[in-house]
Write a protein that binds this ligand. Structure first.
Ligand code: GTP
Ligand code: MG
Length: 429
């Protein structure tokens, strides 16, 4: 519970051998019972009081650790609500922490990234952001812009002077520095997307090539049905895996062929759709058979997706027609070639030796949009200065850039923006 009244409400439900919650030392766990409004015992719990501002939200906060289980925690929550509390909205604790100045917006977002992280690399990136590494960089940009704006404002106050070439040069240098800094961060957005959402890899190819066998092999358990009947897989099957710290959404699909029957047709249709939207396609082929040069891909969009030729069933002996063919040779039955395939995947996705810069920053899509706006207006302002435009006009663009940069860390007044960010949190964070 957080906010005014948290301690008073806790008082009504908590019993601990005569201790009053209001008098408990803060940050010390105390053993006691939670009771309902009729004084009936619910659970034996530990309770901790945090006094403002030394709490997660910056407000008075009371934490109750009850036994696990759905009924127990529901009963404890119900007792608190009966005593005057209300359930938190999604992300409300972190939202309050942000509003009370405990963290900037990039740090608040990192809380979400942290909870959602699926690999150790994603976790490290979230932790860096939570430490304020991104906020720090953005703050430096803000200072540059504010100083540029202050100089421009001074000229606006004395219009008869005009900007002297020296100051003009200095201001435009600041603006260009901001745009360079912004570009460096924008370049991390693709890594950020992959760490947050996962690299999407689609397994595709002719029926019976061993696509589902490959999914199972990479996954480490028998997830998809494997059989020697062509057209075994109909619907797409999606699982998350971790390839050397990179989260990957691995998608098995129906064999690409001209299907006759309705369900398989739909399966092939779905397979093509997945292929067109993939970051990378693993084109699985059976090397024990004579090589057929015709592509199972339909041309157009799905031909443009990056692709790795995966030459499967090497254990059956390689048909001579595959001799010259480039690709990763594997056998799902013998479980060979997997590490080479992983190397190839990371290389093809541009993630070989994936390391962030020493600072491990990887921005999200919202940051990227703000940074692009900042970049655009900083460069525009520099251009206007160069062409001798009056300071009023230049200042308009500098303010736009400042607004964009401020949006990253939350230094703007935008209820709507906050609503959008925190509504994607889970309840209780
Ligand atoms: N010998 C050998 N057989 C394999 C290998 N990989 C898969 N198979 C066999 O090939 C057959 C087809 O495998 P699946 O994984 O079901 O093939 P698929 O590409 O998913 O097939 P569809 O879902 O029908 O498109 C099965 O009998 C597998 O056991 C391999 O590396 N070596
Ligand atoms: Mg299959």
């Amino acid at each position: 519970m957080s906010g005014d009244g948290a301690v008073e409400i806790a008082e009504k439900v908590f019993r601990s051998s005569g201790n009053r919650v209001a008098e408990l030392p803060q940050r010390l766990q105390v053993l006691g019972n939670v009771v309902d409004k009729d004084g009936e015992y619910i659970d034996r719990v530990l309770l901790t009081v945090f006094r403002a501002p030394a709490s997660y939200t910056g407000e008075d906060t009371v934490e109750i650790s009850s036994h696990g289980g759905v009924l127990v925690s529901a009963a404890v929550l119900a007792a608190l609500v009966d005593a005057g509390a209300r359930p938190a909205e999604p992300g409300e604790f972190t939202r309050r922490a942000f509003i009370n100045g405990k963290m900037d917006l990039t740090q608040a977002e990192a809380v979400m990234d942290l909870i959602g992280a699926r690999t150790s690399l994603a976790l490290r990136a979230a932790n860096r952001q939570m430490e304020g590494k991104l906020g720090f960089r953005v703050e430096a940009m803000r200072v540059q812009l504010l100083e540029a704006l202050a100089h421009l404002e001074a000229y606006i106050d004395f219009p008869e002077e005009g900007i002297d070439p020296d100051s003009s040069e200095r201001i435009s240098k600041r603006m260009l520095e901001v745009s360079v800094d912004a570009r460096v961060l924008i370049d991390t957005a693709e890594e950020g997307r992959i760490l947050r959402e996962g690299l999407s890899i689609v397994i595709a190819g002719l029926p019976n090539a061993g696509k589902s066998s490959l999914l199972n092999l990479l996954l480490g358990f028998e997830r998809a049905i494997v059989s020697d009947a062509e057209g075994t897989t109909r619907d797409t099957i999606e699982e998350m895996i971790n390839i050397r710290g990179i989260p990957v959404r691995l998608i098995d699909t129906a064999g690409l062929r001209k299907a006759k029957e309705q369900v398989e047709k739909e399966g092939v249709h779905r397979a093509r759709r997945e292929v067109a939207g993939a970051d990378l396609v693993l084109h699985v082929q059976d090397v024990s058979l004579d090589r057929d040069d015709s592509s199972p891909f339909s041309g157009g969009q799905d031909e443009e997706v990056r692709r790795i030729a995966v030459l499967n069933k090497t254990d059956l002996g390689v048909h001579p027609s595959w001799k010259e063919m480039e690709g990763v040779r594997i056998s799902c039955v013998q479980e060979s070639g997997v590490e080479m395939l992983k190397d190839a995947i990371l290389k093809e996705a541009g993630l070989a030796g994936f390391e962030f810069g020493s600072e491990m920053i990887a921005v999200n899509a919202r940051h990227r949009d703000c940074l692009q706006r900042a970049c655009h207006y900083s460069e525009k302002a520099a251009g206007l200065l160069k062409s001798g435009e009056s300071p009023e006009f230049v200042a308009i663009d500098v303010r736009e850039a400042l607004d964009a940069v401020g949006g990253i860390v939350g230094k703007v007044d935008a209820e709507e923006l906050l609503g959008e960010i925190f509504s994607s949190f889970c309840i209780g964070k």
